[in-house]
Design a protein. Sequence first.
Length: 287
Amino acid sequence: MTAGAARDHRGVHGGTAPRHDRAHERTHDEQGPQHDQLRGQELGPERGGEHGAAQDDLDAPWPRGISRQATMRISDVLRALGQEFPSVSHSKLRFLEEQGLIEPVRTPSGYRQYSQADVERLRFVLTEQRDSYMPLKVIKERLAAMDADPESAEHPAPRLAGTGSPARRRWTAQAVAEAAGVTEEFVQNLAQAGLLPASGGTFGSGAVEVARIAGALAEFGIEPRHLRSFRTAADRQVALVDQVVAPLRSQHASAARGRAASMASDMGELFTRLHAAWVRQGIDDLG
């Protein structure tokens, strides 16, 4: 592990959660809904208290206008985010907390409680990792900027956690085409070329960005069949990342699995930048 990775793993508080706390969490997870109900009764009006969203003052971090009353258990958070982020887990949430990206309230008994605003911050972090391959360090810096100026027009608009229609996780060919500004036939051609893996005739959220970029390249005469080698190279890079993080991901410790997810995201970003550097270098050499 590099010195930078070690610093990131220690997080902003200089260390991981105490060992006895982790064991306590595992015991609680095994005790079921009845214990959850008893635990919920222990939580007093801490952050947000009885005022909830009314505590939206000028110093409130992003997102403003959403309740900061900590009433959600970790199981509630996983349920709220699970459809959009199927791989999110207890260990992932705890790792993001260790990195200083989220600060749930602790009850007198030491249990974590989250607010709707916390869930929106988590959704932002997970989206940036998934769609932009952004390292946690960069995501943390962007959150800090958003906290400093919560009303900036450049910030994403939060969606009230746990309410409204769930985010669309699977896309039809027609939906991808409409979002990417291409034809449905073009999307189907991408799928037939192996550039858009489908499941049950639908696509993941990343399909929109692929279709959008492929559509722009099509204007230069680049057809889907020309992009197969790019897809093959990307698959090989993913396989290499998987080979590196597999030992960590196979461990039972939640910190290890969380670090594996962070390392995979960071390596994905580095692979992307390396590829871009090589392409730019090659283009420059064309004269």
